[in-house]
Structures are given as C-alpha cells and as structure tokens.
Design a protein around this ligand. Structure first.
Ligand SMILES: C=CC1=C(C)c2cc3[nH]c(cc4nc(cc5[nH]c(cc1n2)c(C)c5CCC(=O)O)C(CCC(=O)O)=C4C)c(C)c3C=C
Ligand SMILES: [Fe+2]
Ligand SMILES: [Fe+2]
Length: 342
C-alpha cells in the first residue's frame, strides 16, 4: 500500500514503571495516583494521602507483584504495546508511535518521534488502547495527549478515536480472541473489568440523575452512556456473549483492582472468586476486556491471585483468557480504525 503523506499514528496506553525496583515503582505510583482523574480528591488531601499513606505502603508489594510477571524485555504491557505498534505499522504503512499516560514515552516524545519521521506532519491519529470511556483511563489519556499538543504548539491536527466498546469490528476481534477457550468444558465465563469508584460514574453523568440512580440504568437509554464506563462494559459483555452464543446465566461481569475504602462498582471480582464455587461454578473462564494488552492486572491479579482464591474456595479449573494483544483480528481492526481516518 502507498504510504499516506503527512500522517502519523500514536497508540496510547497506561504505562508501567521503568523497572521493578521499589524507587521506580514509587515514582510510577506517585505520578499515577496524583492524577486528579484517578484519585479525584482536592490536591492537598490527595498529596498527603498518596505520598504519605498509599505509596509508601503499596510500593514494596506492587514491586514484588511486578517482579513476578516482568519479562526479560521489560514490562508485559510495554512489550505488548510495542508489538502492537509494529504490527499496526506493517499493515498501514505509515509511522506508528506509542505514548503512555504515566512514565515513558510521553505523548511529547511520541509526537517528536513522529515529526522526525514525517517532517510535513499534518495529522496525528490517536488510538487510545482503552475500548471504554472512564475518567481514570480513556479521558485522562486523551486529555494528557491534548495537553502536550497544546503546550508544544504543534502544527498538526490531533484526530482522536472515540471509545470503540460497541463497534462491530472490535466485538468480533474480542470474540475471536476468546473463542478457542470456549471449546473447553467450562461452567461459567466471567468478564472481569478494571473497577472504578461509584463516585467517578456519577461524576461523569452529564444528566446528573441517570447513572446508578435510575433502576437498571445501564439498560435505560440516556445521553449519560457516552461517558458511562458501567454502561459501556455492560454493552461489550452482552455483545460478545451474543457473538459467541453464550447463553444467559452462563456468563457474568465483575470489577477488579479496588483501591482504598470508597465504594467501587460491584460486584467485586475477588468476592466472585470466593462465591462462584459455592454456587456450583467449578470450571471458570475469565476474560478482562478493559485491557487491550496483558498487564499486571491480568497476569498477576487474575491469573495468579484470582486463581488461588478460586481454587482455595472449591474451584476445579481456572483459565484466564489473554487480552487481544497482537491477535490478528485486533491488529486488523486497529489498522482499519486508522485507515478510516487517513
Ligand atoms: C484509584 C485508583 C485506580 C483507578 C480508578 C484505576 C482505573 C483504571 N486503571 C486501568 C488500567 C490499569 N491499571 C493498572 C494498574 C494500576 N491501577 C491502579 C489504580 C487505579 N486504576 C494502580 C495503583 C495500579 C498499579 C499497580 C498496583 O499497584 O496495583 C494497569 C497495569 C499497569 C501495568 O504496568 O501493567 C492497567 C492497564 C483502567 C482501564 C482503569 C479504569 C477503567
Ligand atoms: Fe488501574
Ligand atoms: Fe450509567
């Protein structure tokens, strides 16, 4: 295919610490948790909470967790995002860079790299590697990219891809990545999404009276859904279950990675791993579609810790379905999202 003139792509993900050392993990956690879209408390309160209470306690444990999943080439999230970058670039034949919300490479570095490769850069297509809108994921990543775009007064236009949680090509790619695992004998499929505080859902509700107020809010039509993570992950799960022909009752949803004492969206994944065996679910499949690339939250929290909890509570088999990573249908879909904007 002919390379298009003046266009570049940036794939944007969350980021990982530079290494598994406690100081590097501390630096990463500080940057992450001082983000006002992640911990949305007033600045001074957040600073005290994060720098004096959460990070000193959490960093050594997180560093151990990272050590247990780290690959020789680096953090799985980084390595898999780089693999996706190369795969998409090969398909569309224009330069693709990666940027991270926390740590390195920043959007500034990604934009500067693109400018070196495409001196007449007119447009950058930004593909956030988050299928769903959340203040603490998609929104903060996009706003950070926009911040650098404005601060550096770049000449090129930023063309941002919207959340694709219900896009048929995304649903098909996600279903295709899961299908081989459904051939095994299983009792139940759990979609475990990264959790968010209930307060974040309510904050994002543009109507101020829909999300988690109206009964069965996620299934009642509302403009609030454009920014509602709970609605969007519900839609993804329902569409994928339909695409895969999984009957109602054989699948469910839960939310993982809760931090702190606030109420987060329920049910909590860790509690489901304790409960499901008692409800007769002995053979469990777990998929984590909030993440495009495998990361600490899938490889450690689900595949190691979660498996342990499930088996301790009477489970017989536990399989975590890997994220889409560089699976072919997803690479084609990501490439197509870029092509449509070229
Ligand atoms: C208030 C805390 C957090 C919110 C809200 C949150 C939302 C959120 N996060 C992701 C994606 C990822 N999070 C990851 C790690 C991670 N998340 C939090 C906290 C919140 N996330 C922390 C403190 C950490 C670091 C690890 C730890 O100490 O537990 C990762 C993995 C990164 C990696 O390097 O592998 C991802 C990916 C989403 C999509 C999301 C909201 C929907
Ligand atoms: Fe997170
Ligand atoms: Fe909602």
């Amino acid at each position: 295919m002919e390379a298009k003139e003046g266009i570049g792509v940036v794939l944007m993900n969350l980021g990982s610490p530079d290494s598994t050392s406690v100081p590097d993990v501390k630096k990463y956690l500080n940057e992450f948790l001082m983000d006002g879209r992640v911990i949305d408390y007033p600045y001074l309160f957040r600073k005290v909470l994060v720098e004096w209470m959460i990070v000193p306690k959490r960093a050594p444990n997180s560093a151990e967790a990272y050590k247990s999943i780290w690959w020789p080439e680096g953090s799985p999230l980084m390595v898999l995002t780089e693999q996706l970058q190369r795969a998409v670039q090969d398909k569309i034949n224009i330069p693709v860079e990666i940027a991270m919300r926390y740590g390195s490479p920043s959007p500034e570095m990604a934009f500067d790299n693109l400018l070196e490769k495409v001196p007449n850069l007119k447009e950058v297509i930004l593909l956030p590697l988050y299928p769903h809108y959340a203040m603490s994921s998609y929104e903060t990543a996009v706003e950070y990219a926009k911040y650098w775009h404005k601060k550096k007064k770049y000449d090129f236009k930023l063309n941002i891809i919207q959340p694709y949680y219900r896009d048929p090509a995304y649903i098909k790619a996600l279903a295709a990545s899961m299908r081989p695992y459904l051939e095994s004998d299983y009792d139940y499929l759990l979609f475990s999404y990264h959790g968010v505080p209930v307060r974040h859902i309510k904050k994002g509700d543009v109507t101020h009276h829909h999300c988690m107020e109206v009964s069965d809010c996620c299934h009642v039509e509302s403009v609030a859904h454009t920014q509602c993570y709970k609605h969007q992950v519900t839609v993804t799960s329902e569409l994928v279950a339909k695409e895969l022909g999984i009957p109602t009752g054989k699948w469910g949803m839960s939310f993982q990675s809760r931090l702190g004492k606030d109420e987060w969206v329920k049910p909590y994944t860790a509690e489901q791993f304790e409960r499901l065996p008692q409800q007769g679910v002995k053979k469990l499949l777990v998929a984590c579609p909030a993440f495009v690339s495998d990361c600490l939250e899938t490889l450690e929290e689900i595949a190691v810790e979660g498996k342990h909890t499930f088996m301790e509570n009477g489970g017989e088999s536990f399989t975590m379905i890997p994220c889409m990573n560089v699976q072919e249908d997803w690479v084609n879909t990501a490439a197509q999202y870029c092509r449509e904007r070229m």
